[in-house]
Design a protein around this ligand. Structure first.
Ligand SMILES: *Cc1c(COP(=O)(O)O)cnc(C)c1O
Length: 414
């Protein structure tokens, strides 16, 4: 029987509309990027058809000779990049990767130390509405009020008081380098396992602009679609000590059949990340973030922690305009073709739905080829949009300027 359709007209139309949106606007969401045509080709490949429950050489289905080579290639490539001894490339997402680690190491009710959500931590670091927070007893550490950096004295005090079995570090909205070493020392003092969640910064690590946490952590989890610029997915790296428990927790513990098309695309992304071009890319992400932060500061915004070391910044809108909320900022920027997300700032007086801040990231615009001079223009466009927020015509003119800026840098011009 032939397939009933070779193209789906509705989805074709929507795909064209989305390509248009990505090509003509500024994508400043810190967790987003533009995957390469090679990554997308693998994602759309025949590996989507294959059931491969288990691991290379130990599958529950036949016909996995080729798939085994794909998954081995992905595992070898990522182990090489991080200097890790074992990789599990099957997690469907960063959240799945973290939940698998918890299942491998913890019993329900066990105590875990993680970064507070309102200070930059992730949902899977113990949010009460997430399975992590429902299943385990998370205790949150935070930032110092003075310099808005992770408060290592607090981490140590809480670790000694609560004796967690696991310490989690890593963040979803933290603009500074996270040094894993002091976490290692504290974990060793109380006999805890150390997990570094590198979801956002995996690309910065393999690109050589952020220290490699695999040197000190027991386990590193990350997503493959953020700065690493691969397909949507997750990955776990571990020392040999935890390898068997981690593999068992991913399958059969959390997931069924692995998405081998995504794993093939992960392998492609890992090869891309091993190149000198990728090192230059990672360095440019950071240079662009620094330039954008500096330009925004000149417009009168406050940068949380005073700036950025990585690919993102948190912007406190209040010094620029006390009335402007993160929610309103996100909405009006959307009208101007500038896509980003509202974000709580540390100890935000407004609710997480409203917020006083926005989060801005440079991975996507850097993939497009933009450099420091374009960051100055982006800061101007953001400030201009806010100043014009009650004037539809002015916002429409900013939208045109965004379109003109993006035109030579369209990620998918074909
Ligand atoms: C994005 C992120 C995750 C989750 O990744 P998903 O693929 O969206 O599930 C986990 N941890 C951190 C720190 C993140 O930033």
């Amino acid at each position: 029987m032939p397939w009933p359709t070779l193209v789906d007209a509705e989805i074709e139309r929507l795909t064209a509309a989305e390509i248009q949106r990505q090509n003509t606007g500024l994508q400043l969401i810190a967790s987003e990027n533009f995957a390469s045509p090679a990554v997308m080709a693998a994602t759309g490949s025949v590996f989507t058809n294959k059931y491969a429950e288990g691991y290379p050489g130990r599958r529950y289905y036949g016909g996995n000779q080729v798939v085994d080579d794909v998954e081995d290639l992905a595992r070898d490539r990522i182990c090489e990049l991080f200097g890790a001894s074992h990789a599990n490339v099957q997690p469907h997402s960063g959240a799945n990767a973290n939940m698998a680690v918890y299942q491998a190491l913890l019993d329900p009710g066990d105590t875990v130390l993680g970064l507070r959500l309102d200070h930059g931590g992730h949902l899977t670091h113990g949010s009460p509405v997430n399975a992590s927070g429902m299943t385990y007893d998370f205790v949150g550490y935070g930032l110092t009020p003075s310099d808005e950096r992770i408060d290592m004295d607090q981490v140590e005090t809480l670790a000694k008081k609560h004796r967690p079995k696991l310490i989690v570090t890593g963040a979803t909205a933290y603009p500074r380098t996270i040094d894993a070493k002091p976490f290692r020392d504290i974990a060793d003092e109380i006999g805890a396992v150390l997990l570094f969640d590198a979801a956002h910064i995996a690309g910065l690590i393999v690109g050589g602009v952020h220290p490699n946490p695999m040197d000190v952590a027991d386990i590193v989890t990350f997503t493959t679609h953020k700065t690493l610029r691969g397909p949507r997915g997750g990955c776990i790296l571990t020392t040999d000590e935890h390898a068997a428990a981690i593999d068992k927790a991913v399958f059969p513990g959390q997931q069924g059949g692995p998405q081998e098309h995504a794993i093939a695309a992960k392998a492609v992304a890992f090869a891309e990340a091993a190149t000198d071009e990728f090192k230059a890319y990672a360095a440019q992400i950071v240079a662009n973030a620094a330039a954008l932060a500096e330009s925004l500061a000149r417009h009168g915004f406050r940068l949380v922690s005073g700036g950025t070391d990585n690919h993102l910044m948190l912007v406190d809108l209040r010094p620029f305009d006390a009335e402007l909320t993160g929610k309103e900022a996100q909405l009006v920027l959307d009208e101007a073709g500038i896509t980003l997300n509202r974000n709580s700032i540390p100890d935000d007086p407004r609710s997480p739905f409203v917020t006083s801040g926005i989060r801005i990231g440079t991975p996507a615009v850097t993939t497009q080829g933009m450099t420091e001079t374009h960051m100055v223009e982006i800061a101007d466009l953001i400030a201009e949009t806010f100043r014009s927020r009650d004037d539809k015509a002015l916002i429409a003119s900013v939208r045109e300027r965004v379109r003109t800026l993006c035109e030579p840098f369209a990620p998918y011009p074909f």
